[in-house]
Design a protein around this ligand. Structure first.
Ligand SMILES: *Cc1c(COP(=O)(O)O)cnc(C)c1O
Length: 424
Protein backbone atom coordinates (compact mmCIF):
# COMPACT_ATOMS: atom_id res chain seq x y z
CA UNK A 1 0.00 0.00 0.00
CA UNK A 2 1.15 3.52 -0.84
CA UNK A 3 2.34 5.99 1.79
CA UNK A 4 -0.22 8.20 3.47
CA UNK A 5 -1.70 10.58 0.93
CA UNK A 6 -0.78 14.21 1.60
CA UNK A 7 -4.35 15.40 1.01
CA UNK A 8 -5.30 13.77 4.30
CA UNK A 9 -2.74 15.78 6.29
CA UNK A 10 -3.24 19.25 7.75
CA UNK A 11 -2.46 22.03 5.32
CA UNK A 12 0.78 23.16 6.98
CA UNK A 13 2.33 19.69 7.13
CA UNK A 14 5.84 19.06 5.89
CA UNK A 15 8.34 16.24 5.95
CA UNK A 16 11.67 16.80 7.71
CA UNK A 17 15.00 15.72 6.17
CA UNK A 18 14.93 12.51 8.26
CA UNK A 19 11.39 11.69 7.08
CA UNK A 20 9.53 12.88 10.18
CA UNK A 21 6.25 14.78 10.04
CA UNK A 22 6.11 18.42 11.03
CA UNK A 23 2.87 20.37 11.44
CA UNK A 24 3.17 24.15 11.39
CA UNK A 25 6.92 23.61 11.64
CA UNK A 26 6.76 21.43 14.78
CA UNK A 27 7.96 17.85 14.82
CA UNK A 28 5.40 15.28 15.85
CA UNK A 29 7.89 13.43 18.05
CA UNK A 30 8.66 16.66 19.90
CA UNK A 31 4.94 17.35 20.44
CA UNK A 32 4.40 13.79 21.68
CA UNK A 33 7.35 14.13 24.06
CA UNK A 34 6.12 17.43 25.43
CA UNK A 35 2.40 16.78 25.75
CA UNK A 36 2.19 12.97 25.90
CA UNK A 37 -0.02 10.66 23.86
CA UNK A 38 -2.74 10.24 22.77
CA UNK A 39 -2.73 13.83 21.60
CA UNK A 40 -4.93 15.84 19.26
CA UNK A 41 -2.88 18.32 17.21
CA UNK A 42 -4.81 20.99 15.28
CA UNK A 43 -3.25 23.09 12.53
CA UNK A 44 -4.71 26.43 13.57
CA UNK A 45 -4.00 28.20 10.28
CA UNK A 46 -5.71 25.40 8.41
CA UNK A 47 -8.86 26.04 10.46
CA UNK A 48 -8.51 29.77 9.70
CA UNK A 49 -8.02 29.07 6.03
CA UNK A 50 -11.18 26.95 5.93
CA UNK A 51 -13.14 29.70 7.72
CA UNK A 52 -11.94 32.24 5.16
CA UNK A 53 -12.77 29.98 2.23
CA UNK A 54 -16.30 29.54 3.61
CA UNK A 55 -16.80 33.26 4.14
CA UNK A 56 -15.51 33.90 0.60
CA UNK A 57 -17.88 31.29 -0.81
CA UNK A 58 -21.06 32.12 1.11
CA UNK A 59 -20.58 35.66 2.39
CA UNK A 60 -19.79 37.06 5.80
CA UNK A 61 -22.62 36.45 8.31
CA UNK A 62 -23.89 33.52 6.27
CA UNK A 63 -21.63 30.86 7.77
CA UNK A 64 -22.49 29.18 11.04
CA UNK A 65 -19.99 26.71 12.48
CA UNK A 66 -21.72 23.57 13.80
CA UNK A 67 -19.78 23.47 17.03
CA UNK A 68 -20.65 19.90 17.95
CA UNK A 69 -17.94 18.78 15.50
CA UNK A 70 -15.29 20.17 17.87
CA UNK A 71 -15.77 22.73 20.61
CA UNK A 72 -13.56 24.22 23.25
CA UNK A 73 -13.04 27.84 24.22
CA UNK A 74 -10.07 28.33 21.87
CA UNK A 75 -12.03 26.93 18.93
CA UNK A 76 -15.10 29.05 19.65
CA UNK A 77 -12.96 32.18 19.91
CA UNK A 78 -11.09 31.38 16.70
CA UNK A 79 -14.15 30.84 14.51
CA UNK A 80 -15.86 33.88 16.01
CA UNK A 81 -12.81 36.01 15.23
CA UNK A 82 -12.96 34.73 11.65
CA UNK A 83 -16.49 36.10 11.33
CA UNK A 84 -18.46 32.87 11.64
CA UNK A 85 -21.49 32.38 13.85
CA UNK A 86 -21.81 29.31 16.08
CA UNK A 87 -24.47 26.62 16.07
CA UNK A 88 -24.89 25.20 19.55
CA UNK A 89 -27.05 22.15 20.17
CA UNK A 90 -27.42 22.31 23.94
CA UNK A 91 -27.23 24.64 26.90
CA UNK A 92 -23.76 23.24 27.53
CA UNK A 93 -22.48 24.15 24.07
CA UNK A 94 -24.01 27.62 24.47
CA UNK A 95 -22.26 27.96 27.83
CA UNK A 96 -18.88 27.13 26.29
CA UNK A 97 -19.39 29.57 23.41
CA UNK A 98 -20.36 32.37 25.82
CA UNK A 99 -17.47 31.48 28.14
CA UNK A 100 -15.13 31.92 25.16
CA UNK A 101 -16.43 35.46 24.69
CA UNK A 102 -18.69 34.79 21.71
CA UNK A 103 -21.63 37.21 21.91
CA UNK A 104 -24.99 35.47 22.23
CA UNK A 105 -26.28 37.16 19.08
CA UNK A 106 -23.60 35.24 17.14
CA UNK A 107 -25.04 31.92 18.38
CA UNK A 108 -27.88 29.80 17.05
CA UNK A 109 -29.57 27.15 19.24
CA UNK A 110 -30.50 23.73 17.85
CA UNK A 111 -31.89 20.50 19.22
CA UNK A 112 -34.85 18.18 18.82
CA UNK A 113 -35.58 18.15 22.56
CA UNK A 114 -34.53 21.41 24.13
CA UNK A 115 -35.45 21.78 27.78
CA UNK A 116 -37.32 24.78 29.18
CA UNK A 117 -34.07 25.77 30.85
CA UNK A 118 -32.17 25.71 27.55
CA UNK A 119 -34.85 27.74 25.79
CA UNK A 120 -35.06 30.31 28.59
CA UNK A 121 -31.28 30.65 28.78
CA UNK A 122 -31.06 31.16 25.04
CA UNK A 123 -33.82 33.79 24.99
CA UNK A 124 -32.42 35.61 28.01
CA UNK A 125 -28.89 35.56 26.60
CA UNK A 126 -30.25 36.86 23.28
CA UNK A 127 -29.16 34.23 20.76
CA UNK A 128 -29.53 35.17 17.12
CA UNK A 129 -32.26 32.60 16.66
CA UNK A 130 -33.54 29.28 17.93
CA UNK A 131 -34.15 26.55 15.38
CA UNK A 132 -37.49 25.10 16.46
CA UNK A 133 -37.85 21.40 15.86
CA UNK A 134 -41.39 20.38 16.92
CA UNK A 135 -44.95 21.42 17.78
CA UNK A 136 -44.16 20.64 21.41
CA UNK A 137 -41.32 23.12 21.32
CA UNK A 138 -43.64 25.79 19.87
CA UNK A 139 -46.02 25.11 22.78
CA UNK A 140 -43.13 25.40 25.22
CA UNK A 141 -42.11 28.75 23.72
CA UNK A 142 -45.70 29.94 24.05
CA UNK A 143 -45.69 29.04 27.75
CA UNK A 144 -42.30 30.69 28.27
CA UNK A 145 -43.49 33.87 26.56
CA UNK A 146 -46.52 33.90 28.88
CA UNK A 147 -44.14 34.24 31.86
CA UNK A 148 -42.98 37.59 30.48
CA UNK A 149 -39.97 36.74 28.34
CA UNK A 150 -39.64 38.40 24.93
CA UNK A 151 -40.82 36.60 21.81
CA UNK A 152 -38.20 34.14 20.56
CA UNK A 153 -36.60 34.79 17.18
CA UNK A 154 -36.82 31.46 15.39
CA UNK A 155 -36.29 29.39 12.29
CA UNK A 156 -38.31 26.22 11.74
CA UNK A 157 -36.44 23.03 10.99
CA UNK A 158 -37.95 21.26 8.04
CA UNK A 159 -37.24 17.71 6.86
CA UNK A 160 -37.46 17.98 3.09
CA UNK A 161 -37.99 14.26 2.47
CA UNK A 162 -34.62 13.66 0.86
CA UNK A 163 -32.71 10.52 1.74
CA UNK A 164 -29.00 11.02 1.34
CA UNK A 165 -26.28 8.49 0.70
CA UNK A 166 -24.55 8.32 4.04
CA UNK A 167 -24.66 6.24 7.23
CA UNK A 168 -28.23 5.76 8.50
CA UNK A 169 -27.37 7.32 11.88
CA UNK A 170 -26.23 10.58 10.29
CA UNK A 171 -28.99 10.93 7.68
CA UNK A 172 -31.48 13.51 8.92
CA UNK A 173 -33.45 14.84 5.97
CA UNK A 174 -35.73 11.88 5.19
CA UNK A 175 -39.43 11.72 6.12
CA UNK A 176 -38.78 9.13 8.82
CA UNK A 177 -36.65 11.28 11.14
CA UNK A 178 -36.75 12.48 14.72
CA UNK A 179 -35.77 15.93 13.48
CA UNK A 180 -37.93 18.77 12.28
CA UNK A 181 -41.30 19.34 10.65
CA UNK A 182 -42.18 17.02 7.82
CA UNK A 183 -42.56 18.82 4.51
CA UNK A 184 -44.31 15.98 2.72
CA UNK A 185 -47.21 15.49 5.16
CA UNK A 186 -47.95 19.19 5.61
CA UNK A 187 -46.57 19.58 9.15
CA UNK A 188 -44.09 22.21 7.97
CA UNK A 189 -46.88 24.32 6.44
CA UNK A 190 -48.97 23.93 9.60
CA UNK A 191 -46.02 25.06 11.74
CA UNK A 192 -45.48 28.15 9.58
CA UNK A 193 -49.17 29.04 9.88
CA UNK A 194 -49.03 28.62 13.67
CA UNK A 195 -45.96 30.88 13.89
CA UNK A 196 -47.56 33.58 11.80
CA UNK A 197 -50.50 33.68 14.25
CA UNK A 198 -48.36 33.50 17.36
CA UNK A 199 -47.11 36.39 19.47
CA UNK A 200 -44.58 34.18 21.25
CA UNK A 201 -42.29 33.73 18.27
CA UNK A 202 -40.87 35.86 15.50
CA UNK A 203 -40.39 33.63 12.47
CA UNK A 204 -37.20 34.61 10.64
CA UNK A 205 -36.86 31.70 8.32
CA UNK A 206 -36.54 28.02 7.62
CA UNK A 207 -33.82 25.50 8.23
CA UNK A 208 -32.90 22.10 6.93
CA UNK A 209 -29.95 19.78 7.46
CA UNK A 210 -30.05 16.59 5.46
CA UNK A 211 -27.25 14.68 7.13
CA UNK A 212 -23.55 14.42 7.51
CA UNK A 213 -20.60 13.07 5.49
CA UNK A 214 -22.55 13.66 2.26
CA UNK A 215 -20.53 13.48 -0.95
CA UNK A 216 -23.07 13.66 -3.73
CA UNK A 217 -23.74 17.26 -4.78
CA UNK A 218 -27.13 16.23 -6.18
CA UNK A 219 -28.28 15.37 -2.64
CA UNK A 220 -27.72 18.99 -1.67
CA UNK A 221 -29.40 20.22 -4.82
CA UNK A 222 -32.48 18.04 -4.29
CA UNK A 223 -32.93 19.17 -0.68
CA UNK A 224 -32.26 22.82 -1.48
CA UNK A 225 -34.77 22.77 -4.35
CA UNK A 226 -37.49 21.29 -2.14
CA UNK A 227 -36.74 23.92 0.50
CA UNK A 228 -36.68 26.80 -1.99
CA UNK A 229 -40.05 25.80 -3.41
CA UNK A 230 -41.59 25.86 0.05
CA UNK A 231 -39.67 28.95 1.25
CA UNK A 232 -40.07 31.31 -1.71
CA UNK A 233 -43.79 32.16 -1.37
CA UNK A 234 -43.55 32.71 2.41
CA UNK A 235 -41.65 36.00 2.19
CA UNK A 236 -39.26 35.09 5.01
CA UNK A 237 -35.73 36.46 5.40
CA UNK A 238 -33.50 33.47 6.11
CA UNK A 239 -33.00 30.05 4.64
CA UNK A 240 -30.44 27.80 6.32
CA UNK A 241 -29.34 24.87 4.20
CA UNK A 242 -27.44 22.94 6.85
CA UNK A 243 -24.02 21.40 6.83
CA UNK A 244 -23.15 17.92 5.81
CA UNK A 245 -20.36 18.29 3.28
CA UNK A 246 -18.27 15.11 3.36
CA UNK A 247 -14.53 14.85 3.83
CA UNK A 248 -11.92 12.33 2.69
CA UNK A 249 -10.77 9.95 5.42
CA UNK A 250 -9.01 7.42 3.19
CA UNK A 251 -6.24 7.67 0.63
CA UNK A 252 -8.48 6.93 -2.35
CA UNK A 253 -11.30 9.28 -1.35
CA UNK A 254 -11.56 12.71 -2.97
CA UNK A 255 -12.08 15.88 -0.93
CA UNK A 256 -15.28 17.68 -1.99
CA UNK A 257 -14.64 21.42 -2.13
CA UNK A 258 -16.54 24.40 -0.77
CA UNK A 259 -16.90 25.73 -4.28
CA UNK A 260 -18.59 22.51 -5.46
CA UNK A 261 -20.94 22.70 -2.50
CA UNK A 262 -21.45 26.43 -3.03
CA UNK A 263 -22.26 25.92 -6.70
CA UNK A 264 -24.86 23.26 -5.92
CA UNK A 265 -26.55 25.55 -3.38
CA UNK A 266 -26.32 28.66 -5.54
CA UNK A 267 -27.84 26.86 -8.48
CA UNK A 268 -30.77 25.69 -6.35
CA UNK A 269 -31.36 29.11 -4.76
CA UNK A 270 -30.72 31.42 -7.70
CA UNK A 271 -34.36 32.43 -8.14
CA UNK A 272 -34.80 33.62 -4.57
CA UNK A 273 -35.17 37.39 -4.14
CA UNK A 274 -31.91 39.09 -3.18
CA UNK A 275 -33.44 40.04 0.18
CA UNK A 276 -33.36 36.37 1.22
CA UNK A 277 -30.26 35.31 3.09
CA UNK A 278 -28.93 31.81 2.44
CA UNK A 279 -27.01 30.45 5.42
CA UNK A 280 -24.84 27.33 5.72
CA UNK A 281 -23.81 25.37 8.82
CA UNK A 282 -20.66 23.34 8.19
CA UNK A 283 -19.10 21.30 10.97
CA UNK A 284 -17.07 18.33 9.78
CA UNK A 285 -15.71 19.94 6.61
CA UNK A 286 -14.36 22.88 8.60
CA UNK A 287 -12.30 20.91 11.14
CA UNK A 288 -11.93 17.22 10.29
CA UNK A 289 -8.80 17.44 8.14
CA UNK A 290 -7.15 20.13 10.25
CA UNK A 291 -6.15 17.69 13.01
CA UNK A 292 -4.39 14.41 13.61
CA UNK A 293 -4.27 12.10 16.60
CA UNK A 294 -0.87 10.90 17.80
CA UNK A 295 -0.82 7.54 19.58
CA UNK A 296 1.99 5.41 20.97
CA UNK A 297 2.17 1.72 20.12
CA UNK A 298 2.07 -0.37 23.31
CA UNK A 299 1.82 -3.97 22.12
CA UNK A 300 2.26 -5.82 18.85
CA UNK A 301 0.67 -9.26 18.75
CA UNK A 302 1.12 -11.44 15.73
CA UNK A 303 -1.24 -14.44 15.60
CA UNK A 304 0.38 -16.47 12.90
CA UNK A 305 -1.98 -17.23 10.02
CA UNK A 306 -4.72 -15.08 11.54
CA UNK A 307 -3.75 -11.43 11.93
CA UNK A 308 -1.56 -8.89 13.62
CA UNK A 309 -2.96 -6.69 16.39
CA UNK A 310 -1.36 -3.38 17.22
CA UNK A 311 -2.57 -1.75 20.42
CA UNK A 312 -2.33 1.99 20.85
CA UNK A 313 -2.77 4.03 24.03
CA UNK A 314 -6.25 5.42 23.22
CA UNK A 315 -9.13 3.97 21.19
CA UNK A 316 -12.90 4.27 21.42
CA UNK A 317 -12.56 6.87 24.19
CA UNK A 318 -10.93 9.40 21.85
CA UNK A 319 -12.47 8.20 18.59
CA UNK A 320 -15.81 6.36 18.81
CA UNK A 321 -16.57 6.76 15.09
CA UNK A 322 -15.26 3.35 14.03
CA UNK A 323 -17.41 1.62 16.64
CA UNK A 324 -20.49 3.80 15.99
CA UNK A 325 -20.51 3.99 12.22
CA UNK A 326 -17.90 1.51 11.06
CA UNK A 327 -15.87 4.50 9.89
CA UNK A 328 -12.51 3.92 8.25
CA UNK A 329 -9.23 5.72 8.88
CA UNK A 330 -5.66 5.55 7.67
CA UNK A 331 -2.63 5.20 9.94
CA UNK A 332 1.04 5.92 9.41
CA UNK A 333 4.32 6.24 11.26
CA UNK A 334 5.00 9.98 11.66
CA UNK A 335 8.75 9.30 11.78
CA UNK A 336 8.67 7.96 8.22
CA UNK A 337 5.80 9.72 6.50
CA UNK A 338 6.79 8.68 3.00
CA UNK A 339 7.28 5.00 3.78
CA UNK A 340 5.23 2.46 1.85
CA UNK A 341 2.77 0.54 4.00
CA UNK A 342 3.12 -3.10 2.96
CA UNK A 343 2.04 -4.63 6.29
CA UNK A 344 -1.51 -5.24 7.53
CA UNK A 345 -2.81 -5.05 11.06
CA UNK A 346 -5.89 -4.37 13.13
CA UNK A 347 -5.21 -1.26 15.15
CA UNK A 348 -7.01 -1.46 18.46
CA UNK A 349 -7.31 0.64 21.59
CA UNK A 350 -6.72 -0.18 25.24
CA UNK A 351 -10.36 -0.56 26.33
CA UNK A 352 -11.94 -3.76 27.61
CA UNK A 353 -13.98 -4.38 24.46
CA UNK A 354 -13.20 -6.37 21.34
CA UNK A 355 -15.11 -3.66 19.47
CA UNK A 356 -12.55 -1.10 20.56
CA UNK A 357 -11.12 -0.76 17.08
CA UNK A 358 -9.33 2.23 15.62
CA UNK A 359 -8.81 0.66 12.19
CA UNK A 360 -10.28 -2.71 11.27
CA UNK A 361 -7.79 -3.53 8.56
CA UNK A 362 -4.98 -1.01 8.40
CA UNK A 363 -2.10 -0.78 5.96
CA UNK A 364 0.99 0.12 7.93
CA UNK A 365 4.73 0.42 7.32
CA UNK A 366 6.93 -2.62 7.81
CA UNK A 367 8.27 -3.48 11.25
CA UNK A 368 6.08 -1.31 13.43
CA UNK A 369 7.28 -1.94 16.97
CA UNK A 370 6.47 -1.16 20.58
CA UNK A 371 7.28 2.45 21.39
CA UNK A 372 6.69 3.74 17.86
CA UNK A 373 4.34 6.66 17.34
CA UNK A 374 1.31 6.12 15.15
CA UNK A 375 -0.82 8.86 13.65
CA UNK A 376 -4.39 8.77 12.38
CA UNK A 377 -5.20 11.83 10.27
CA UNK A 378 -8.58 13.57 9.75
CA UNK A 379 -9.60 13.24 13.39
CA UNK A 380 -10.50 16.89 13.94
CA UNK A 381 -14.29 16.43 13.80
CA UNK A 382 -16.45 14.22 16.03
CA UNK A 383 -13.37 12.82 17.77
CA UNK A 384 -12.63 14.89 20.82
CA UNK A 385 -16.24 16.10 20.91
CA UNK A 386 -17.46 12.51 21.25
CA UNK A 387 -14.65 11.43 23.57
CA UNK A 388 -15.45 9.71 26.86
CA UNK A 389 -13.46 8.52 29.82
CA UNK A 390 -14.60 4.93 29.60
CA UNK A 391 -12.38 2.65 31.66
CA UNK A 392 -11.45 5.85 33.50
CA UNK A 393 -8.98 6.66 30.79
CA UNK A 394 -8.54 10.40 30.84
CA UNK A 395 -9.47 12.28 27.68
CA UNK A 396 -6.41 13.40 25.65
CA UNK A 397 -4.94 16.87 25.55
CA UNK A 398 -5.59 19.16 22.58
CA UNK A 399 -2.85 21.35 21.14
CA UNK A 400 -3.16 24.12 18.56
CA UNK A 401 -0.05 24.69 16.45
CA UNK A 402 0.74 27.70 14.29
CA UNK A 403 3.96 29.13 12.84
CA UNK A 404 6.33 27.07 14.94
CA UNK A 405 4.39 27.58 18.17
CA UNK A 406 2.25 25.14 20.10
CA UNK A 407 -0.35 26.06 22.69
CA UNK A 408 -2.22 23.68 24.90
CA UNK A 409 -5.91 24.53 24.54
CA UNK A 410 -7.42 21.61 26.46
CA UNK A 411 -5.29 19.86 29.06
CA UNK A 412 -5.22 16.11 29.48
CA UNK A 413 -7.76 14.70 31.93
CA UNK A 414 -5.91 13.54 35.05
CA UNK A 415 -6.81 10.97 37.73
CA UNK A 416 -8.13 13.71 40.03
CA UNK A 417 -10.57 14.78 37.32
CA UNK A 418 -12.04 11.29 37.39
CA UNK A 419 -13.38 11.71 40.94
CA UNK A 420 -14.27 15.39 40.64
CA UNK A 421 -18.00 14.66 40.42
CA UNK A 422 -18.05 11.93 43.04
CA UNK A 423 -19.62 12.75 46.38
CA UNK A 424 -18.55 10.96 49.54
C1 LIG B 1 -24.36 18.36 12.78
C2 LIG B 1 -25.08 19.49 12.19
C3 LIG B 1 -24.47 20.30 11.25
C4 LIG B 1 -23.08 20.06 10.74
O1 LIG B 1 -22.98 18.86 10.03
P1 LIG B 1 -21.57 18.44 9.38
O2 LIG B 1 -21.87 17.20 8.69
O3 LIG B 1 -20.62 18.27 10.51
O4 LIG B 1 -21.16 19.54 8.46
C5 LIG B 1 -25.18 21.37 10.76
N1 LIG B 1 -26.44 21.63 11.17
C6 LIG B 1 -27.06 20.85 12.08
C7 LIG B 1 -28.42 21.18 12.51
C8 LIG B 1 -26.41 19.76 12.61
O5 LIG B 1 -27.04 18.99 13.50
Amino acid sequence: MAPISKHLLPMNSSVDTDGALRIAGLRIDALAAEYGTPLFVYDEDHIRSNCRALVAEFGVDNVVYASKAFLCKAMAALVHKEGLMLDVASGGELFVALAAGVPANRCVLHGNNKSDRELIEAIEAGVHHIVVDSFDELARLEAIHATGLPAARIQLRVTPGVHVHTHEFVATGQDDSKFGFNLTNGDAARAVALCKESKSVELLGLHCHIGSQVFAADNFTAAAKAMVEFFAPLGLEELTLGGGLGVAYLNHEPTPTYSQWGSALKEATRNLPSSARVIVEPGRSLVAATAVTIYSVGTVKNISGIRKYISVDGGMSDNPRPIMYGSGYEAFDPMRVDADRPDNARIVGKHCESGDIVILDASIPANVKVGDLMVTPVTGAYGYSMASNYNKIGRPAVVFVSNGNARLVVRREEYEDLVRLDIG
